[in-house]
Design a protein around this ligand. Sequence first.
Ligand code: GLP
Length: 242
Amino acid sequence: MEVIIAPDRHKAALLVARIVAKELRADPRLVLGLATGRTMERVYACLVDLHRGEGLDFSVCSTFNLDEYIGIPADHPCSYRRYMDEHLFAQVNVAPGRTHLPDGMAPDLGAECRRYESLIQAAGGIGLQLLGIGSDGHIGFNEPLSALRSRTREKALTPSTLEQNAPMFGGDPAAVPRRAITMGVGTILDSRRCLMLVTGESKAAILAKAVEGPITSMVTASALQLHPRCQVVVDEEAAAHL
Ligand code: GLP
């Protein structure tokens, strides 16, 4: 695990976007794993700038998002599909048929999880996986006590995650869906390269646990210590406890 400390959150996001751009230029058919959350908004803004300013081409890449809420439709203002459309997909030349998120409205959620895993395999596996970290140390929605070999499945969200994501749902934790479909920790670890972005003072303590603490299912981001090619880009605020 390589930790790169950038002076501030903007430079950290720009560095992550530049790493994505370099991979994409080297392999235009890249299979890109995507993450949501406020931290990632800056990365997507930088990628949109690179598309507009430098012609960064997304036309033949494929994308797979980490997770999606269960029980809200794709066009719900808080769905992750909607987030991705707004922040990236509608602003670059990615082919709509090549963007993938789990379907949180599928009638058979178990079958949907298996379908999503098979789609990733059929695409040749994820080349570069972007990740953020939840306040409880989750990656995707792999909440504490997620098995480190887990695959895409349904997961109940913890009270701390409901609280963390409440601002997107009008500030009310009760409005946040209680369950989500998420790639498993094992699914994420199968990616050929992982790139986690962590910014802000509020993430400093959990980042230190993930990077320097024991590998534990209580902090699923710590499983990234097992990955042969994982970089963690942080700003100085998030690095405060390292
Ligand atoms: C959600 C997502 C995670 C993301 C986390 C961080 O919980 N499922 O993949 O890492 O948010 O969010 P933020 O960047 O808003 O702190």
